[in-house]
Design a protein around this ligand. Structure first.
Ligand code: ZN
Length: 281
């Protein structure tokens, strides 16, 4: 028996290769105060049980939480790689896309589904903040348009759930063209008398807030979400004035008539059910 290889080496390697506890068991709350147990957080729809901060939600959990009995059907959106500028900053845009696809298991930042909420048939469009900050490029604009067309064809209300940093700058002017495109799609809903409910979640900013997100017939914001166009600091520096502490929060926007309702995430399905019962034909 070799004492070195049979006894000392395993002892040493067990010390060196000691397993770290998995890092995805815990996460920090957006308030920065608390460390939360991931499974508890998921159970609580990603709302911090200490400060009630509504943290980001992955699209699958969002879909499950929205539809009756977690029951829905995805609507296919044709995907093509779109890199009109052959854009590259620190990384190539195509590489950023690949990394985001791997991370989220989604093709791009938008997802479409149909099902029932409060027994009303609906088409739902969701932006995934985990996918490049929920930014809107060609795919996202197209998905929104297809969603609206589906709602028209099915003659049912359309719901969008936004969380976004804005237009996808890597696609240059093509991303900006999604603003009028989504606005035109909302107009199409209007012409066909299809109700459009826009749900704003944390954060909804930039080109998304400057287009379809603020055009809902009814606009619902999740409690505490940050909603605005440019950031608070940028505005303060431009207008040389100090802005109130709660500027660009859902509650501030409600007070100033920009949104119709502020809702706790746990009550979102119920609130939507009620709203839909008012607007359905
Ligand atoms: Zn918290």
């Amino acid at each position: 028996m070799n004492w070195l290889t049979d006894y000392v080496k395993p002892k040493l390697s067990s010390l060196v290769n000691r397993k770290e506890p998995p890092s995805d068991l815990w996460t920090k709350c957006g308030c920065g105060e608390r460390t939360l147990y991931v499974s508890d957080l998921k159970e609580n729809l990603n709302v911090c049980s200490y400060c009630d901060f509504h943290m980001g939600m992955d699209v699958n959990s969002r879909l499950k939480s929205l539809f009756d009995n977690e029951n829905y059907e995805l609507i296919e959106v044709p995907f093509e790689n779109n890199d009109p500028l052959k854009f590259k900053d620190l990384k190539k845009y195509t590489d950023r896309m690949k990394a985001a696809q791997k991370k989220t298991d989604q093709k791009d930042a938008a997802i479409l589904a149909k099902g029932e909420i409060g027994s009303t048939k609906v088409v739902v469009f969701i932006l995934d903040f985990n996918f490049m900050g929920g930014s809107m490029g060609q795919f996202v604009g197209e998905a929104f348009k297809i969603g609206c067309q589906n709602a028209v064809n099915l003659n049912c209300p359309f719901i969008s759930v936004a969380s976004s940093g804005g237009a996808r700058m890597q696609e240059g002017i093509v991303s900006l063209m999604q603003l009028p495109k989504t606005v035109a799609a909302v107009n199409m809903l209007d012409q066909n008398k299809i109700p459009y409910v826009s749900v704003l979640t944390h954060p909804t900013t930039g080109g998304v807030s400057a287009s379809f997100a603020m055009l809902g017939d009814i606009i619902i914001a999740e409690k505490g979400s940050m909603i605005g166009f440019a950031g608070k600091r940028v505005i303060e520096e431009t207008i040389k004035e100090q802005l109130p502490e709660d500027f660009q929060t859902a509650e501030y926007l409600l007070e100033h008539g920009m949104v119709d309702m502020v809702v706790h995430r746990k009550e979102l399905n119920q609130t939507l059910s009620k709203v839909l019962s008012f607007v359905k034909k």
